[in-house]
Write a protein of this length. Structure first.
Length: 191
């Protein structure tokens, strides 16, 4: 076998290996690709209408401050679903969330201040909850409802306050007196 025949054999072997690698790669590509199109088992398992969770309870909520005024006390671990009949009198509807804060606060931290610049007369709903052993104080300025800070007990229901802007900056200040808290606060614009 001459040098030229050996080169042909090696060239043919290399071409055969390249074709084999392409065929193996194509086979792998087709079998590893995700399925496309509808999946019959996923479509048939979903219920047509949402099912309320077992043990669902109805409560009546005061539209002015968001407190529960009728119904059983809510457990903080339960899921709450709010439903409001259309055309209900004194309906408080949330337009959008202005800001939301989930910070970890300690006694040694400087006060956390959140601010927005509303027009006079705009209404907002402030909802403040916390977890931890610390003592959280919430104070606000820039509304007609100003006053001394309000204490939030972390083990209780969240504090809900309706604020009406006075026309300048609306500030909410969070301070911790003792220990540490995980803050969960939200300011939402109301219609």
């Amino acid at each position: 076998m001459g040098a030229r025949a050996g080169d042909r054999l090696r060239g043919g072997l290399l071409a055969g290996l390249a074709v084999g690698a392409l065929v193996a790669g194509g086979w792998w590509w087709r079998h590893a690709a995700p399925a496309t199109g509808p999946v019959p088992s996923a479509l048939s398992s979903a219920p047509a209408t949402p099912v309320p969770p077992s043990g669902a309870r109805r409560v009546l909520i005061d539209p002015e401050d968001g407190h529960i005024i009728q119904g059983p006390e809510a457990d903080l671990d339960d899921v709450l679903v709010f439903h409001q009949e259309s055309g209900a009198p004194n309906a408080t509807l949330v337009s959008h969330t202005v800001w939301e804060d989930t910070s970890h606060l300690t006694k040694s931290d400087r006060p956390l201040i959140r601010q927005t610049s509303p027009s006079a007369g705009e209404r907002y709903l402030l909802v403040v909850g916390c977890a931890g052993a610390g003592k959280l104080t919430v104070a606000f300025s820039g509304s007609g409802d100003e006053g001394p800070g309000q204490r939030v007990t972390c083990a209780e229901l969240p504090l809900t306050v309706t604020l009406t802007a006075a026309g300048g900056p609306l500030q909410v200040r969070f301070t911790v007196a003792d220990g540490e808290v995980d803050l969960d606060a939200r300011l939402s614009a109301l219609f």
